[in-house]
Design a protein around this ligand. Structure first.
Ligand SMILES: [Zn+2]
Ligand SMILES: [Zn+2]
Length: 315
């Protein structure tokens, strides 16, 4: 935390203000640790003073390793000058909360938007909110950013996508806004996309357009729903299911799925990573590297959560 000698600052900060009206000092807190979410936890050396993980000043490459329960990796890729994706991964026993967000590059401070989104949704889930309510909290937090900090945010407000999932035993709930995705990857067969992109292509295909032609359109990937002050009132969509056979829940940004649009290829890549690498974190790293090798045109985030039916055989 930054020490201050302005008595008013403390009150303003407690009220959530971005600037102290008395002294004009910026009250924007240090960014939270991407690993454990502790506000201002990351020290000058890039290590979190709370959890000890190397958080990375530039968010270029971050990993969260929860052993055999879950793992997630986010990487800048090759073409973007910074990582505007963000992730949150928390486990309690075998219960998992996971959130992935992708900043909208054409907005101002998209990296702040995505980090704000995963932090608010993640903290909401930690505090017991249901998934839709936690995403709603993230929507409010990201929308508020336009009126805080840099005045340029008002002209082009910070914006991002979100996909979040909770795993409770073998019950999975997924919620999303935008085109970051969740998949179910069974031990055999094609990946099942659990989310439906809020994108121009998905919209016109649902209205009857030819899918291949729609995907070739330059507007194909333009998102039709997002988090941000200009997003209007968007209700997150959610899906729930109970796992019947062992497999992996995968959350990712378009930096990965753009290189694996075929559901069979997506499933094959996830299984190859798991088989070749042997651990969740190395498999997640392998998938990020897959996207980088394929061109790395976007930031990449991928989270892996193995799930086995409760009372079922070990996979
Ligand atoms: Zn930390
Ligand atoms: Zn992206």
């Amino acid at each position: 935390m930054t020490m201050t000698d302005c008595a008013s600052c403390a009150d303003e900060r407690a009220a959530g203000a971005a600037f102290c009206e008395a002294c004009g000092r910026s009250l924007t807190p240090e960014p939270p640790c991407p690993n454990c979410g502790t506000p201002g936890g990351v020290g000058e050396d890039g290590y979190c003073e709370h959890c000890g993980m190397l958080a990375g000043r530039e968010r270029d490459h971050l990993e969260t390793d929860c052993g055999d329960v879950a793992a997630a990796v986010t990487d800048r890729g090759l073409r973007h000058h910074r990582n505007e994706d963000a992730m949150w991964l928390a486990t309690r026993g075998t219960d998992v909360d996971v959130v992935v967000s992708d900043g909208v590059s054409s907005s101002f401070d998209p990296d702040v938007a995505s980090l704000t989104a995963v932090t608010s949704a993640g903290e909401g889930l930690r505090d017991g909110l249901d998934l839709a309510t936690a995403i709603g909290a993230a929507q409010i937090a990201v929308a508020k950013l336009a009126a805080e900090g840099d005045p340029r945010r008002q002209a082009s407000n910070p914006a991002c996508t979100i996909v979040a999932a909770t795993v409770r035993g073998d019950a999975v709930t997924v919620g999303w806004i935008g085109d970051s995705r969740a998949y179910w990857v069974p031990e055999e067969g094609v990946a099942e996309q659990l989310t439906e992109d809020d994108s121009w292509a998905t919209h016109v295909i649902s209205l009857g357009a030819d899918p291949e032609q729609a995907m070739r359109d330059p507007k194909a990937h333009a998102i039709t729903a997002w988090l941000g002050a200009d997003a209007g009132s968007i209700t997150p969509r959610t899906a729930e299911f109970v796992v019947g056979d062992p497999g992996h829940l995968v959350l990712c940004s378009d930096g990965l799925w753009n290189y694996l649009t075929d559901p069979a290829a997506f499933a094959a890549a996830v299984r190859e990573g798991l088989r070749e690498q042997g651990t969740l974190i190395t498999a997640a790293r392998w998938l990020a590297d897959y996207a980088i090798t394929a061109g790395g045109a976007d930031n990449i985030t991928v989270a892996l959560v193995p799930i086995t039916p409760v009372g079922g055989e070990q996979g």
